[in-house]
Write a protein that binds this ligand. Structure first.
Ligand code: NAD
Ligand code: TDX
Length: 331
């Protein structure tokens, strides 16, 4: 199978390409990635002999058409992905996430190619901290930030192209991922690299916001499962029952990194900060038999810390740029 992976030089896409190189050795993979600040071609050096790489944007209609024309399936990860950046400058989110998805959909429609669209639980907005409810596939879309609104827009385009044009597509909405190769602007890598540099972790507000954590390999195994066994036209929520508030995550990191439990700063909150995300992934589990392998977040975080400890050369330059951005935003 010839698979076009968009965004394959970013966090989740890199892990997807590296993992499927061994779990699906018969796939011929081409990565399309714009190499924004979040993309790193060197991530794929270990599979460079087997994976073709094209530098370019999913918003480039001619380029997208020529690549989709030659593929059997598209797995669409490419996006601007950071909420804080979307509050600072929304335009790249509109261009990459909405227009880019539109370009892919038109190419997929023309060439009748299978597509899997990667999305986020953030499209559903947020839940109250004390609400027993979790998101399901029928929760109404109610995004809060320019990032989540751009992802919800893309999801709606995919659904419309399925219904109106009969394209063979599936969608998945996953909760917060952690693991190797995640950009240091994101919560867990920011705190891990802070501690490695002797800087205190930074918790927004009171640190009481809840996220539903999943290891990136579990997310990617679910994506492969949906690509191969999902019902065309369907949406699947992906989650690993990993709800923790941000204070709990920082407490675990501090313990694993031999720092005192109160060694963190509370900083200015994110505007419009979603309170809580929580995923009910029973549809995916019942239909496909998928279940997460990383049941123990402590072990997953220890592995992730170890990766950042061993790969300072990978994150050092990005860390300086990212902290300059946070200093400007006062967070
Ligand atoms: P990331 O920011 O680490 O990587 C994004 C990649 O896309 C980068 O390599 C970047 O260069 C590339 N890219 C950006 N704009 C592009 C464009 N116009 N054309 C081609 N390539 C472009 O993001 P990530 O965390 O790996 O997220 C990947 C996908 O998963 C996104 O669609 C995101 O919405 C979704 N998602 C992420 C999470 C999470 O916790 N990180 C959770 C659920 C869903
Ligand atoms: O320094 C920080 N301190 C802090 O308390 C940072 C960077 C974040 N936070 C908080 C904000 C959130 O409550 O931690 C939580 C996680 O923050 P992010 O890593 O920025 O993730 P989030 O905004 O939840 O979005 C993530 O999950 C859904 C990904 O970035 C998205 O791409 C994905 O769609």
């Amino acid at each position: 199978m010839k698979v076009l992976v968009t965004g394959g030089a970013g966090f989740i896409g890199t892990n997807f390409v590296l993992r499927t190189a061994s779990t699906r050795p018969d796939w011929q993979v081409t990565v399309l990635d714009a190499l924004t600040y979040a993309g790193n071609r060197a991530n794929l050096d270990g599979v460079a002999d087997r994976v073709a790489f094209v530098e370019g944007s999913v918003a480039d209609a001619d380029l997208v058409d020529s690549l989709v024309c030659d593929a059997d399936a598209v797995v669409h990860f490419a996006a601007e992905s950071h909420n804080d950046n979307s509050l600072d400058d929304p335009w790249p989110f509109i261009e990459s996430n909405i227009i880019g998805t539109y370009r892919l959909l038109e190419a997929v429609r023309r060439h009748r190619v299978r597509m899997h669209h990667i999305s986020t639980d953030e499209v559903y907005g947020d839940l109250e901290l004390d609400d027993p409810a979790r998101f399901t596939e029928s929760t109404p879309l109610n995004p809060s930030s320019p990032y989540s609104a751009s992802k919800a827009s893309a999801d709606l385009l995919v659904r419309a192209w399925i219904r109106s044009f009969g394209i063979e597509a599936t969608l998945s909405n996953c909760s917060n991922n952690y693991g190797p190769y995640q950009h240091v602007e994101k919560f867990i890598p920011r705190q891990v690299t802070n501690v490695l540099m002797g800087i205190k972790p930074k918790l927004y507000g009171q640190g009481s916001n809840v996220r539903d954590w999943i290891h990136v390999d579990d997310h990617n195994d679910a994506v492969v499962t949906i690509l191969e066994n999902g019902r065309p036209g369907e949406t699947y929520l992906i989650g690993a029952d990993g709800e923790r508030d941000n204070r709990q995550i920082v407490a675990l990191l501090l313990e694993l990194m031999d720092k005192p439990p109160d060694w963190f700063d509370l900083v200015t909150d994110r505007p419009g900060h979603d309170l809580r995300y929580a995923i009910d992934s029973s549809k995916l589990r019942a239909e496909t038999g998928w279940s997460p392998r990383y049941q123990d977040i402590r072990a997953g975080l220890a592995q992730t810390i170890d990766w950042y400890r061993r790969n300072e050369g990978w994150w050092r330059a990005a860390k300086e740029r990212s902290e300059a951005m946070y200093a400007r935003l006062g967070r």
